[in-house]
Design a protein around this ligand. Sequence first.
Ligand code: MG
Length: 320
Amino acid sequence: MKRRDFLTASAVAGVATVCGAPRAAADQAGGGNGMPKLTPPEKPAELNLCLQWGAIPGGEIKEKLDFLEANGFTAVEIPSGDWPIKNCDAMIEAMKGRKLFLATACGPSDFSYAEPEKREAEVQKFLPVLEALGKMKSVGLIICPARGKLSEPGRLSAKELRKDFVENTGKRLAEHAHKHGTSIVLEPLRRNETPFLRQVADGARIAADIGPGATVMGDFWHMGLEETSFMGAFICGGKLLTHVHIAGLKERIIPGVHRDADNYVDGFKGLKLIGYRGAVSFEGGWPKNPEDPKKGLPQEEKIRLIRNMATMLREQWAMA
Ligand code: MG
């Protein structure tokens, strides 16, 4: 799928695709026995494996992209901050002619400050980042609207934050993103990381309320604690789901190390049901070096684990 089709499908999906729609469609179509029947996706889902920038072996941009292609990865995730601005032209050049698409840019963000000036500074910081991402044909900028405790002084309440994010900060970023051909991608986190956005369905609802340019993602690591069903959560994301993070389910390290715990088949079934064609991107750490825990793993071992993960995820995708 062309990235442009992917974004358009995601952005125009809007309110009707969130949660309730499949059930309504199924009832109209006479689902039978009162059970919902999902509408099959127009195009079948595909597994696009992806790595975050820091996890890709190699130093230079070209070297990293070469590694991804040589190992069957089809997407790449870059850092946020000013990285996309600084490396925009070099990335455009390096991506030419490759079988890779630029998924998301990932980095910290916070829109929960009580002082409007601080929230405004956060918006102003990301506007040029979105322009660079649009130029690079990236799927979008990952945004976590709030971290920490909203009960602390200097923070908006959850109710105030939702209103301000939907009508002001998030809305303006999404509109700017949409204008430049990209999106903001809301990431639900764990309860110890944020009190605000913890479930994919809620993120999809917020994205739908914001409108074009706003989408949602799911991170298997956070979802493991916050969702009752991986499959159900992804179905709730529907066409607004534009990105997925993946890590081990027992430990937030590369999948496949604790093989018994790392079962993504249920989640992949959900992704197949919604015709997901975005990236599934590894975000997490590495197991400790058994020889010296302080030293980290040698590069050859990391490469072995990356290939091991890719093989395992392809097998589980086939099973889903
Ligand atoms: Mg994540």
